[in-house]
Write a protein that binds this ligand. Structure first.
Ligand code: GSH
Length: 201
C-alpha cells in the first residue's frame, strides 16, 4: 500500500487532500517536523531533503508535493485527477501543476520576505505578475481547467488556502476567495482537514 509521510501544519496537507480525493487506501506515516522526525535516517532514506510530504510506493520513493500530485493522479486514473495524454486540457493541467512550485511558491516567499529581484531574470517574474495571471484564470473558474477539477487544483488550492486564508501572507482577491471556498467545500478537503487536526485516525 502507498505510504504517505506527513506532518500536521505543513505542505503535506496537499498530499492528504490528494489521497482523500482518490478514494484509494493509503497508509499515513506521521513524521512530526515539530519533533525533528524528518531528521530520522529512515525518513531521510525516503526523502534526503528531510521534508514532508513524501511517499513510498513499493520500491519507489518520491517527494515534492507537486510531483506527488502528478504521480498519484497517474497511478489512479479512475479518480480523474489528470486529463489523460491526448486530452486538450492536459497542456493547461501541466502548466498549473508546474506553475505552483515554479511561480506561486516563490511569489509568496517574495511577498513574505520583501526580497527585491530583477523580474526579468527571476523565473516567476514578480508577485504582482504571478497573482494577476492566477486571478485571470480563477475569475473564470470554477477550477483551473474550467469545469474540470484536477490535481493541479489540489496543489494550487492548498497553497492559496494556507497563504491567503490561514497565514494571510498573500493579499486576497475576490477570485481567490471564491476558489478557496470551492476547494474547502470538497468532502475530500474536509476529510483531510479532520485528519490533519487529529480528529480522524
Ligand atoms: N518543495 C517541497 C517543500 C516541502 C517543505 O518545505 N516542507 C516543510 C514543511 S511545510 C518541511 O518538511 N520542513 C522540515 C524541514 O525542512 O526540516 C514541496 O513542495 O514538497
Amino acid at each position: 500500500m502507498l505510504q504517505l509521510y506527513w506532518s500536521p501544519r505543513s505542505r503535506a496537507f496537499s498530499s492528504l487532500w490528494l489521497m482523500e480525493e482518490t478514494g484509494q487506501p493509503y497508509e499515513r506515516v506521521l513524521t512530526d517536523i515539530s519533533k525533528g522526525a524528518q531528521k530520522n535516517p529512515e525518513f531521510l532514506a525516503v526523502n534526503p531533503m528531510g521534508k514532508v510530504p513524501a511517499i513510498k510506493d513499493g520500491d519507489s520513493t518520491l517527494a515534492e508535493a507537486a510531483a506527488i500530485c502528478a504521480y498519484v493522479a497517474e497511478k489512479y486514473p479512475q479518480a480523474k485527477l489528470a486529463p489523460p495524454i491526448g486530452d486538450p486540457l492536459r497542456a493547461k493541467y501541466l502548466y498549473w501543476l508546474f506553475f505552483s512550485p515554479g511561480c506561486i511558491e516563490p511569489a509568496m516567499v517574495q511577498l513574505a520576505t520583501k526580497i527585491e529581484m530583477n523580474s526579468v531574470s527571476a523565473g516567476w517574474g514578480d508577485a504582482q505578475r504571478v497573482f494577476d495571471v492566477l486571478d485571470a484564470t480563477l475569475s473564470k473558474g470554477p477550477w483551473l481547467l474550467g469545469e474540470t477539477f484536477s490535481a493541479a487544483d489540489v496543489i494550487v488550492g492548498s497553497g492559496l488556502n494556507f497563504a491567503v486564508r490561514l497565514f494571510k501572507m498573500t493579499p486576497s482577491r475576490p477570485s481567490f476567495e471564491r476558489y478557496i471556498d470551492a476547494c474547502t467545500a470538497r468532502p475530500a478537503f474536509q476529510r483531510a482537514t479532520a485528519i490533519a487536526a487529529g480528529d480522524r485516525a
